[in-house]
Design a protein around this ligand. Structure first.
Ligand code: DHK
Length: 152
């Protein structure tokens, strides 16, 4: 992918991520969602792309936005929150949109409760970054842009 800020990456945050900063900071850290989005905008500029960041607590919103990415974005960076472990519908939307997608998690889901160990989305994503707090998002954006540039 050539450097071009008109090239857009969609950043999606799922349920409860609007509560970051105050929500279980010992697990999710102290950065708020606006802090994370600001840092992604700054990094995107450095990488020569632009990001559009959205959060919803509703599965259908996230699915609609993934569908819209088909014509509006080159790739998707997503933290699906709790939908990671439950949503066949969100997984199907990612497959239907066919856009390279990177899954990120602030916490290391594999070190937590057993029900968090399985992601229904990982198998349809280019890759996953877990366990680095808000750095997971920035590492994930770098990885996604690198993958778009290589075309795989
Ligand atoms: C965020 C959530 O909201 C949880 O439901 C996931 C993920 C983990 C995270 O670590 O970013 O299980």
């Amino acid at each position: 992918m050539a450097r071009d800020p008109k090239r857009k990456v969609l950043v999606l945050h799922g349920p409860n991520l609007n509560m970051l900063g105050t929500r279980e900071p010992e697990i999710y850290g102290s950065d708020s969602l606006p802090d994370i989005d600001r840092s992604l905008h700054a990094l995107a500029k450095e990488l020569g792309v632009s990001v559009e960041c959205r959060q919803s607590n509703h599965e259908g919103d996230l699915i609609d936005w993934v569908h819209a990415a088909l014509t509006q974005h080159e790739g998707i960076l997503i933290n699906p929150g709790g939908l990671t472990h439950t949503s066949v519908a969100l997984r199907d939307a990612i497959t239907a949109a066919g856009k390279p997608t990177v899954e990120v998690h602030l916490s290391n889901i594999h070190k937590r409760e057993e029900f968090r160990h399985r992601s229904l989305l990982s198998a349809v994503c280019v890759g996953c970054v877990v366990g680095f707090g808000s750095d997971s998002y920035r590492l994930g954006l770098r990885a996604l842009v690198g993958s778009l540039s290589r075309g795989k």
